[in-house]
Every structure is written in C-alpha cells, then in structure tokens.
Design a protein. Structure first.
Ligand code: AP5
Ligand code: MG
Length: 214
C-alpha cells in the first residue's frame, strides 16, 4: 500500500503517518524528518536545506526528488510506505509518478488532512519535538510525562525553528501556492481521500482506517 499524506503545515500529517506506519507495518518516510536529521548531523544537504526551511520556504525540487526516489526503492519499502511531506509541488508529484510507472507501480491513496488556517498557528506554537528521536508532542493535546523531556528517549524537547508564528504564516502561504494544487492533481487521478483533521487525533485515525481498510 503506497500512501501520500497531504495537508497544510501542522495539519497532523506526521501524527497520522506514524500511526498508519505502525498499523500497516510499512515505513513512514518524512522528508521534513530527513532534512532535520541532516541538519542535526551537519551534512551538506542539511546546510543547504536549513537556509530554505528557516525562512518557511520549500527546499528546491532537485534536492528532494532523487532522495525520495532512492528511499522508496529500498528493501523495506517493497510492500509500500507512507510518504509525509512529499510530494509538495506538481513537479515532485510528476517525478514520483514517472519513477513508479517505470517499475509498473503507482500511488494507491492520497489522503488530505483538512484543517483551516486559523487552527494551524495555535497548534504549531504548542508543538514540541524531540531533538534526538523526532517524537512529537503538544503542550495541550499530548503533553510529555515530564515537561521538556521526551517520553521515548529522555532527550530534550524543543520548539522547531520554523514553528515561530511569523514563519508558520509564510509556510501557510507557500502551502496554498505550491502544494494545494496537488489536491486537484490527485482528484483527477481518482485517488484523493479527504479527512477532517480538526477532530480528535484518534477520530482522524479512525477516518483514515475506514478508507484504507482493516
Ligand atoms: P515538514 O516537516 O514536512 O513540515 P510541514 O509540512 O510544515 O508539516 P509539519 O511537520 O509542521 O506538520 P504535520 O502536518 O506533520 O503536523 P503534526 O503531526 O506534527 O517540512 C518542514 C520543511 O522542510 C518545509 O517547510 C520545507 O522547507 C522542507 N521540506 C520538507 N519536505 C519538502 C519537500 N517535499 N519539498 C520541499 N521542501 C520540503 O501536528 C502538528 C501539531 O498538532 C503537533 O503538536 C500535534 O501533536 C498536534 N496535532 C496533530 N493532530 C491533532 C489533532 N487532531 N488535534 C489537536 N492537535 C493535533
Ligand atoms: Mg510533520
């Protein structure tokens, strides 16, 4: 099962993708997490990506496409995967489609997690992420057991650099301009599914499993 998660920044793509990956036993591939890991490790890719990410802009397609095409070709992705944060532009979607077509495959579902802009900024200021393992919390909705400390690995929780309100606003503009057109793109392919992302996380997940099947 090959799944794409669509939705604005902070819609809950990462939260739901983790649950999907666990239930259906497929890898969760998040381009944002891949870039953040590269930034943390000080790689060349990380240095390049950071200059765009900190401004709320998209990393150029040429730095993203090959990385993802390579990742989905790895052994653990043979039975499918859930892509979170990719594709984000029409050229990225076309590049993914042609790479899959070349091996006789295709995307099965594009799930759009729908959340209005006004909810997003509130959510993002409450998000805390683990510097080490990438686990995500929310000060109100999923607080860690101990303030500022990751439940999973015990390391420090931080506010992401790009979660400052002014950067979130820029990310939303970029989303509407460059990523939202993918909704029409996947609707035309007949694989777009919409879920309401404003309800409780467990209810969002229930709506997704209704679509994907038991
Ligand atoms: P990325 O890391 O993908 O960021 P994003 O798309 O902006 O999405 P987020 O991770 O911020 O939000 P999410 O939808 O995963 O929400 P989450 O589950 O955490 O990308 C970062 C940057 O990298 C981009 O800006 C770009 O520069 C670059 N990049 C990445 N991929 C790229 C690509 N393909 N091309 C070019 N550039 C790329 O939830 C948010 C918060 O809300 C959490 O605190 C969560 O606990 C809470 N929450 C979740 N669900 C609910 C709910 N139902 N109710 C209440 N709270 C909830
Ligand atoms: Mg995310």
């Amino acid at each position: 099962m090959k799944i794409i998660m669509l939705g604005a920044p902070g819609a809950g793509k990462g939260t739901q993708a983790k649950k999907i990956a666990e239930k259906y036993m497929i890898p969760h591939i998040s381009t944002g997490d891949i870039f953040r890991a590269n930034i943390k490790n000080g790689t060349e890719l990380g240095k390049k990506a950071k200059t765009y990410m900190d401004q709320g802009l998209l990393v150029p397609d040429e730095l993203v496409v090959d990385l993802v095409v390579d990742r989905v070709g790895q052994d653990d992705a043979k039975n499918g995967y859930v892509l979170d944060g990719f594709p984000r532009t029409i050229p990225q979607a076309q590049a993914l489609d042609s790479a899959l077509e070349a091996i006789g495959e295709k995307v099965d579902y594009a799930i759009n997690v729908e959340v209005p802009d006004e909810n997003i900024i509130r959510r993002m200021s409450g998000r805390r992420a683990c510097v080490a393992c990438g686990a995500t919390y929310h000060l109100v909705h999923i607080p860690p057991k101990q303030e500022g400390i990751c439940d999973t690995c015990g390391k420090e929780l931080i506010l992401r650099d790009d979660d400052k309100p002014e950067t979130v606003k820029k990310r939303l503009d970029v989303y509407h301009e460059q990523t939202q057109p993918l909704i029409d793109y996947y609707t035309e392919k007949g694989i777009l599914k919409e879920v309401d992302g404003t309800v409780d996380m467990a209810d969002v997940f229930a709506a997704i499993t209704d679509i994907l099947g038991a």
